[in-house]
Design a protein around this ligand. Sequence first.
Ligand code: FAD
Length: 557
Amino acid sequence: MASKRILIVGGVAGGASCAARLRRMDEQAEIYIFERGPDVSFANCGLPYYVGGVIAKRQSLLVATPERFRDLFKIEVRTRCEVQRINRERKTIDVRQVITGKSTEYPYDTLVLSPGAAPIRPSLPGIGAPGIFTLRNLEDVDKIAAWISHRDARRAVVIGGGFIGLEMVENLAHREMEVTLLERLDQVMPQVDPEIASAVHDELRQQEVTLHLSAAVTRFDLNADETINVVDEHGRMHLADVVILAMGVRPDVTLAEQAGLEIGPTGGIRVDEQMRTSDPDIFAVGDAVEVRDCVTGRPTLVSLAGPANRQGRIVADVICGRDARFRGAQGTGVVGVFGLTLAMTGANERTLNQAGIPYAKAYTHSLNHADYYPGSEQIALKLFYSTDDGRVLGAQAVGRAGVEKRIDVIAMAIQMGATVYDLEEAELCYAPQYGSAKDPVNIAGFVAANTLRGDVSTVYWSDWQQMRVNGDGQPLPLVIDVRPPAMVAEGAVPDTIKIPLGELRKRLDEIPRDREIWVHCGIGQSSYFASRLLKQHGFNVRNLSGGIASYKMEPKS
Ligand code: FAD
């Protein structure tokens, strides 16, 4: 039987993993990778750390070379070769050599598109000025590094507070530059909710990054000395020697559109569960495709290396006759910001509201490992679960240690359709330096399941703030702080009464029975005990989720 000829467009995350898996599955297939740039299989995720000097050698970013692909896997790699056109009726592609301009037509049996996503570069006045960069590949990094060195750049303005923007902020600061971050929204990392993002804002300010939120850029003014004034929507000017645009990415659908392949409502290439496009002989993977959000069921774009790699592998299996399917994406991601880690998986509050999914949330502030073992750190975790059946819908967490481990566990729970009752039962690693006998994941499960079972009624600080602002004449609940006096002395929420948990039983007659009672403590645990006590004494009581620790994170109006 004649061997199949499989052509792959794009030789990095999705394309390279598809090619390597194809060879493992089919020793006979003819496999070609076409890559517009000079490198294949490089570590995009490491690029910011190379700018910062944390990754010292450029070579370390080259995961595999064309020679390695040829020698080890018998895969032909054509770098500096841009695929310009797909001729679906003839089943060929037109490939132009970037250097010579020469064009060649290659026939295929199966075509795989993994062209990635292009950084957004809005057409703002002055955006073409030298010294303004986006970051996608090694060539971009080389240009940024050269500019910084040759100009001895000291002031950087980063535009956009997403994954790449934050990583660039950290790495430019690592080079001892003065860094300003401008973000159009009122928070960084829109994948998480505002109160969780607020921890990142605090960290940035502590690290002396100048942070401007709700500050969309409107233009760039180039000065005579080649510095740039970045002007924001409020007319403020931010002086820069170098500007990094990290304003998000857009699926690169140029080829797919030209070939008449279906594009989905989000702007990504439409594919089925097997990553097949509207043409059965063409597959597409990675940042360029639209996938199903496995929590909301809606189409979504996910620009992350994990899904791109897995999709590449799935396509290889499907081409080789296996019934592999992509389960959908849930946006599991992590970013480090100086010493802080922010991680997330599944839906956030905005996506759940938009999708109309009934949910509740649990805030916890457990320690990453046993309190008695030195060096424990608190993890602020927000868990979403279905009020219908307890299914876990999403989680986000921030802290200095052990954050991504918990989010990874919850990510797997979401993928397996697990409930908060499963989180209660999860058997996880424990020794004092690593965790606790009740892991933060178990605790989040307990808190959520206690609410679902009706053992405790839960409210949030956002409810309290809303009631105070919109009052509409309703009597406000009485809020009782049940922390010990020493802790109260360190700071308390205004307009609350104080009855320490230890005195509560003796002082029940001080608490009105004709009014709703909300209790809180430091992190939500003592107030849960108080809730159980008061409930059993007939009070109409609710527990403020996450205690003072959550109160401090809430954006204040
Ligand atoms: P890419 O890996 O971008 O590869 C696409 C390739 O296709 C490009 O090299 C492009 O040149 C080539 N191409 C496009 N069109 C053509 C054409 N017509 N002809 C020939 N070649 C073409 N994700 C994470 O999960 N974690 C991280 O920490 C992380 N950090 C990142 C940091 C940076 C700076 C960047 C840029 C991305 C980061 N990502 C991270 C995202 C991750 O790299 C992408 O999600 C992933 O690489 C997408 O894989 P892909 O195969 O779809 O596209």
